[in-house]
Write a protein that binds this ligand. Structure first.
Ligand code: 2DT
Ligand code: MG
Length: 217
């Protein structure tokens, strides 16, 4: 039996990551599990949830960064087990959100390379799909502004950080097509879902490459 594939959706808030993850999970049934980060149901996840919802709950930005990473490490063994038993795992956010949101806070003392360090050794996605948009239309979606980070200037800086992360990843990687960018501007949910499937289907069908299983940047 070949191992399952790890497929990651990354992007700014309200670009449809959750909708697209749900659609992809339906298409990959029955051997598939969805994991969303932050995983708010764990002990560390509960602290993160409180930090995101309660803007009076202050923590040093470095500590917050390490909590998000620790939350991934809490789930790492489960992700590996699922993949080894032949189950595909779809992730809604992961290490690249960790880098982009933290580096957007402090481009100097918490630069992208500082941010990556605690995630080194986590399972590496077989495919990362970055959902982006040209404009601020995502702000208009319901609920925007309720949680920490949901501010348009901050989102612009996060977007800049994501673009830099993926550029570096493309330059450093020996393999092609690990990261795919979908611009959702003007597209329907179905159109984006079809593009996602065109990118994902060959990856899930491909034979498993046992090398290079740890996170890259
Ligand atoms: P959701 O709105 O998707 O629940 O995310 N975030 C997320 C970080 O700052 N670092 C991370 O490592 C991860 C995974 C992005 C809640 C917010 O958490 C941010 C938005
Ligand atoms: Mg959000």
């Amino acid at each position: 039996m070949s191992r399952g594939k790890l497929v990651l959706f990354e992007g700014l808030d309200r670009t449809g990551k959750t909708t697209q993850s749900d659609i992809l999970v339906e298409r990959l049934q029955p051997d598939v599990t969805l994991i969303k980060f932050p995983e708010r149901s764990t002990e560390i996840g509960a602290l993160i949830d409180r930090y995101l919802k309660d803007k009076t709950f202050e923590l040093p930005d470095q500590a917050v960064h390490l909590l998000f990473s620790a939350n991934r490490w809490e789930m790492a063994e489960r992700i590996k087990q699922l993949l080894l038993q032949g189950t595909h795992v779809v992730l809604d956010r992961y290490v690249y959100s960790g880098i982009a949101y933290s580096a957007a806070k402090h481009t100097d003392k918490m630069d992208r390379s500082w941010c990556l360090q605690p995630d080194r050794g986590l399972p590496r996605p077989d495919l990362t799909i970055f959902l982006t948009s040209d404009d601020a239309e995502n702000e208009l979606r319901a609920g925007f502004g309720e949680e920490r980070y949901e501010k348009s200037e901050f989102q612009q800086e996060v977007k800049r950080q994501f673009i830099e992360v993926f550029k570096a990843l493309e330059d450093n990687s020996q393999e092609q097509n690990l990261v795919q960018i979908i611009n959702i501007t003007g597209k329907s949910v179905e159109q984006v879902a079809n593009e996602v499937w065109e990118l994902t289907e060959p990856v899930v069908r491909a034979p498993t490459d046992s090398k290079n299983t740890e996170i890259l940047y």
